[in-house]
Each structure stands twice: as C-alpha cells, then as structure tokens.
Design a protein around this ligand. Structure first.
Ligand SMILES: Cc1cc2nc3c(=O)[nH]c(=O)nc-3n(C[C@H](O)[C@H](O)[C@H](O)COP(=O)(O)O)c2cc1C
Length: 275
C-alpha cells in the first residue's frame, strides 16, 4: 500500500480500450472486498462498478466538477450517509479502493460533482448520497494536452510543505521535513502525498504525546458542491495515516475527543490515539 501511495497519481487520459473480462472480474473482486470495511465512525459504504455505456460516444456529456476525462471504459463509485461522519468514512473507504486499483496498475481519478442526474442516485440506499464517481481504466501512455494544462495549473504533483501541514506538541511549532527522526515522520509523509479536491490539501495535524489530532483548514475555499467534499478529504488523510501506522505495527484507535486541543480557525475532525 505504501508503494501504491507513492506511485498513484490522477489519470484523466485513458487508453481507448475496454477493460478485459479478466480485469473486470478483478475490479469487481476488489470492490466487494473493500465494501466489507467499516470506516472510523462505524459506517459501511456501498460501492459499485459500472461499465461506461458512453465510453465511445464523443457527444457524451462531461462528468465531474472540473477536468476533462477521455475514453473512460468504466467507473467505480459509492454511496454513503449524508452526514459529517458518513462522508469521513466514505473518504476513508474509497481511498482504499483507489489504492487497491492503483496497486494493480489501473488508472483512476477521484471526481466530485453533482451526480443527481447521472442515474447514480438510483443505486444508493434511501437517504444516502453519491459524493464521487471515479473513472477506472488503462492509463494512456501520453497525457492529453488538456490534462497537462490542468495539472500545471493545479500544481498537481506539488504538495504543501511539512511545516505548512504538521505541528509538534503545539500549533506554534511546525514540524519541518528535516526532522526525519520524528516518531511519525513516515506516517506524515504519506499524508503529504494524499490526493485532495483541487489539490488544496486542507488537512492539518498536531502531534501531541501519543496522539495525532486531525483538523480541517477551510481557508482556501472549494467551489460550492452538493456534498462537503472537504470532509471526504479528511477521510482520505485518516486512511493514509492508518496505512502508515499499520506499516509500523502501531496499535491505535480513531476517535473524536472532547479534550482534543482546539485551533482558532481550523475545524477539529478526529484523533488517532496510539495504544
Ligand atoms: C475528493 C476529491 C475530489 C476530486 N475531484 C476532482 C474533479 O472533480 N475533477 C478532477 O479533474 N480531479 C478531481 N480530483 C483530483 C485532484 O485534482 C488531484 O487528486 C490533485 O490535483 C492531486 O493530484 P494527484 O491525484 O495526481 O496526486 C479530486 C480529488 C479528490 C481527492
């Protein structure tokens, strides 16, 4: 999984090729395995694999909030409870799905937007929402010009620096990348690499004693969306932390704690307490 985190990137240009029956089977298997997972707040998520009936239709309307995706043979998507905790759990579980697909060489992309007219809501449990739709296919050897332009505009490969994202013991002491001997350095490095809507990386982490406290910084606003995608981003960050902690054989619990330190402008999300 660590290697999948290090190598994954968004794919917006796919080979003009349908998925083989064998690969469709593999994807269905991954989807049903990941669907068994429960998020940190106890929700399950319904996941779906859908072949794209418009894969070869140049007139098909565009999906997602931004970016142009070409030759998409299939999608994975999912539905969750429309609540803060449902969306965190969705991000946590869906990122596992994305990483499992990347691990096997499939190209993927998180696409958020308004999918109300996309028939997807028909799959969802009553009261659930479909926050994202993710194209899946074989990555094209060469990115389209549009994709290259979008990546350049978003500085898609760039990430905020350690000292912008992570803090040690107090919000006044940023953690620097030079601090390689820090106990959670590897874990934090995996959070730094996580994907986020518009690459805003709104997660902030305070490490204090045996706990990693996660916060959401909404200063760089996202365009208005039907679901709170920033909260989905928080689930992604928690997944990356969990993968890092599992890799180093830590035992831990993810909880919301009344006594967690509060920041003046960032929203408190959850704490990972090392056991
Ligand atoms: C929750 C979420 C929603 C996203 N929505 C879109 C989208 O609507 N359109 C798009 O082109 N990319 C979308 N992305 C992809 C991000 O732009 C991308 O992850 C980010 O720029 C970092 O690039 P990388 O994935 O190649 O590391 C989304 C990513 C996440 C995590």
């Amino acid at each position: 999984m660590i290697q999948a985190i290090k190598h994954r990137h968004s794919v917006r240009t796919f080979e003009k090729k349908d998925l083989s029956i064998e690969d469709q089977k593999t994807i269905r298997k991954i989807v049903s395995e990941v669907e068994k997972e429960t998020g940190p707040f106890g929700h399950t998520v319904r996941l779906y694999f859908l072949l794209n009936k418009d894969a070869h239709n140049p007139e098909a309307k565009k999906v997602g909030m931004y970016g142009y995706v070409k030759h998409v043979p299939a999608f994975v998507t999912g539905s969750t409870k429309k609540s803060f905790e449902g969306l965190v759990d969705f991000g946590f579980i869906f990122e596992k799905l994305i990483l499992e697909l990347s691990k096997r060489g499939f190209g993927t992309l998180w696409l958020s937007g308004d999918f109300e007219n996309e028939d997807l809501e028909n799959f969802a449990r009553k009261g659930d929402v479909v926050p994202v739709l993710a194209p899946v296919g074989y990555p094209a050897y060469k990115r389209s010009l549009r994709e290259r332009f979008l990546r350049m505009k978003q500085e898609a490969s760039d990430r905020k620096t350690f000292d912008q994202l992570f803090f040690d013991q107090s919000f006044d002491t940023p953690l620097t990348k030079e601090n390689r001997s820090h106990r959670f350095y590897n874990v934090l490095e995996l959070v730094q690499l996580a994907p986020s809507a518009l690459n805003k990386q709104p997660w902030r982490i305070l490490v204090k004693e045996d706990a990693l406290h996660l916060y959401l910084d909404r200063t760089e606003n996202l365009p208005k969306q039907p679901n709170d995608i920033e909260v989905v981003n928080m689930g992604i960050a928690l997944r990356h932390m969990a993968i890092g902690l599992d890799d180093e054989s830590y035992t831990y619990e993810i909880k919301r704690l009344d006594e967690a330190p509060r920041h003046a402008s960032w929203e408190y999300i959850a704490t990972i307490k090392i056991g």
